[in-house]
Write a protein that binds this ligand. Structure first.
Ligand code: GLA
Length: 389
């Protein structure tokens, strides 16, 4: 986002605040959605991920209160203000979109941080239900605003883990740390190579325009919902497999050990394990390619990741499969679905001079199949959570 656009966005969030609560906020903060180059369903297996932040962000204009009350308003909501006391929070006590920021208040208080009341007004351009981490953006924006309003002195990974705790224990979605770590810790112009076991991260320069490449996000508009049990079931399957294999997490299994491990597993767990183990390797392969200055070669890695999610992990859907196939047929270097699955977005690596052609091909394929028109946009690796005003 340009400086002007960022200023406009901060002004918009402050205006939302003024219309909901009167007066001016103490500050405006932003946390982005994310893409993930590779490393899907590896985070809760203590493996590797390679996200980058989107320019799309959730902005929160916020003001501290001294009476322990919280009031939440969203420009994308139904016009109602959610109101509760920090003291009375317990998992499930607030529902709907407001559960995500409420969960952050709860997680901070539960961890012993001296957080009190606040008025928060949200304004977001992160597409929701698109596999681009709108929930994490909402949580991480809240965590950063409260950190600064209450002088909690948290660092970016610390805020991310509290945001993940909010989602796991307050909202009830057993996600890993990918989305929140990406939203909090990413740096503009870089992908973020993260070991989700040790939380050691490395910012990897990703200047694709310099080599004539672009990342195209194709939001299929098929809404995914991680709360519906399928995601939890997959995670449970992975944990069961790790237990049967006698390892702490599937991260502990290398590609060389895969064949022998498969023989010790029931048939239904074998494809899950194969996906996770090969996907961790694909992240390492991608890092090696980026370190070697060969980003074009990421294409086949992405497409192999998609095949693994489709055939082994089985979290793809006809729309994401079609977007990948149509993008590749139109000359993309590679493509794959991102996020939890069952809908959401596809990421394609494309020569910049073929962007329009690839986008047109995907839209035509969707029209021919009778699917809703997808929403495509180039993703520019952007800044993680930060103060805007
Ligand atoms: C969702 C979850 C993440 C991660 C991905 C799959 O985005 O929130 O923690 O598991 O799915 O990689």
């Amino acid at each position: 986002m340009t400086t002007d656009a960022a200023t406009d966005a901060a002004t918009d969030a402050a205006a939302v605040f003024a219309s909901a609560f009167g007066d001016a906020p103490d500050g405006v903060w932003a946390a982005p959605g994310r893409i993930n180059l590779i490393g899907e369903h590896t985070d809760y297996n203590e493996g590797f991920v390679l996200p980058a932040a989107l320019p799309h962000a959730t902005r929160v204009a916020a003001r501290r209160r001294s009476d322990g009350l919280v009031r939440l308003f969203s420009a994308q909501g139904d016009g109602a203000v959610a109101e509760f006391a920090v003291d009375g929070l317990a998992p499930g006590s607030v529902s709907g979109w407001a559960a995500y920021p409420a969960g952050v208040f709860w997680a901070l208080a539960e961890a012993g941080h001296p957080v009190g009341g606040a008025d928060l007004a949200f304004d977001s351009d992160v597409p929701s239900g698109a596999g681009l981490s709108s929930s994490a953006a909402l949580e991480c924006a809240t965590a950063l605003a409260l950190d600064e309003l209450y002088g909690l002195g948290l660092d970016a990974p610390g805020r991310a883990l509290l945001a993940q705790r909010a989602e796991n224990a307050y909202v009830g979605v057993p996600c890993g740390a990918l989305d929140q770590m990406a939203s909090s810790c990413c740096v503009a112009g870089h992908a973020y190579f993260l070991d989700t076991r040790t939380l050691a991260g490395r910012q990897v320069p990703l200047d694709l325009p310099a080599v004539g490449l672009s990342l195209l996000v194709i939001d299929t508009r098929v809404k995914h919902d991680l709360g519906d049990g399928a995601y939890a079931g997959l995670r449970a399957g992975c944990e069961r497999a790790a237990g049967l294999l006698g390892v702490r997490a599937l991260r502990d299994l290398g590609v060389a050990e895969l064949a022998a491990a498969q023989e010790r597993l029931p048939a239904e767990l074998r494809p899950l394990v194969r996906h996770v183990v090969t996907e961790d390797q694909r992240v390492l392969d991608a890092i090696a390619l980026l370190d070697a200055g060969d980003p074009r070669a990421l294409g086949p890695v992405l497409t192999a990741g998609h095949a693994s999610l489709r055939d082994d992990y089985r979290v793809s859907c006809p729309e994401t499969d079609l977007a990948v196939a149509a993008a590749n047929a139109a000359g993309a270097l590679g493509a794959r679905m991102m996020g939890g699955g069952f809908g959401g977005s596809v990421l394609a690596l494309v020569d910049t001079d073929r962007l329009a052609e690839v986008e047109r091909a995907v839209r035509e394929a969707f029209a021919a199949a009778g699917y809703a028109d997808p929403h495509a946009f180039p993703a520019v690796p952007s800044q993680g959570a930060h103060r805007v005003r």
